[in-house]
Design a protein around this ligand. Structure first.
Ligand code: HEM
Length: 156
């Protein structure tokens, strides 16, 4: 009976991801397919808007900040929460908790931390070169690992 259940899920994962069942993925029932797509799309939308806003807030602080920068920065902080919440949902509900998926969570949180530190340093007119390097490296690692893991797009 267990093997029949697993076989069924392997079939579903083929339908959804067009690739074999992956060790990082929780066994997926047909009814969860829509929810997974929904959550990965929310996660991607949230971090994409976050990245755009980081550039906007950075540019605002470069021009001296002011009220506009303060408001955009507050909106950005709400988006951090959305990225974290959608990430936690993906992690809690749909992934097997192993080294790779835990590393994805840690890198994701680190990326957000570095974004915020970068902006705070810019606001205080401190040196930002090191922070930029750290942020870009951690961001690229986060994207690469996210796109390597099985949910949503799997590019590597
Ligand atoms: C700016 C920060 C972040 C970026 C750029 C990012 C990027 C990504 C990308 C590209 C994916 C793959 C999506 C897909 O293929 O559909 C992904 C998936 C995921 N992310 Fe994030 N993420 C970030 C933050 C977070 C945070 C804070 C968490 C957890 C608290 C998290 C947890 C996850 C999980 C669990 C997955 C699913 C991985 C899998 O396929 O098993 N992410 N993320």
């Amino acid at each position: 009976m267990i093997s029949a259940f697993v076989a069924k899920n392997i079939q579903y994962s083929h339908l959804l991801f067009n690739r074999p069942f992956h060790a990082n993925m929780k066994a997926i029932h047909m009814t969860k397919q829509g929810e997974i797509c929904m959550t990965t799309h929310w996660h991607i939308t949230a971090w994409l808007i976050t990245l755009i806003l980081v550039v906007v807030v950075y540019a605002q602080y470069s021009r001296g900040g002011g009220k506009g920068a303060k408001i955009t920065h507050m909106i950005l902080r709400v988006l951090y929460l959305l990225v974290i919440l959608t990430g936690v949902e993906l992690f809690y509900r749909f992934t097997i908790w192993n080294g790779e998926s835990i590393a994805k969570v840690v890198l994701g949180v680190l990326t957000i931390g570095l974004m915020e530190m970068l902006l705070i340093r810019k606001k205080k007119a401190k040196s930002v070169t090191g922070m930029w390097v750290g942020f870009i490296i951690v961001l690229l690692l986060t994207l690469a690992l996210g796109l390597r893991l099985p949910l949503g797009f799997k590019i590597f």
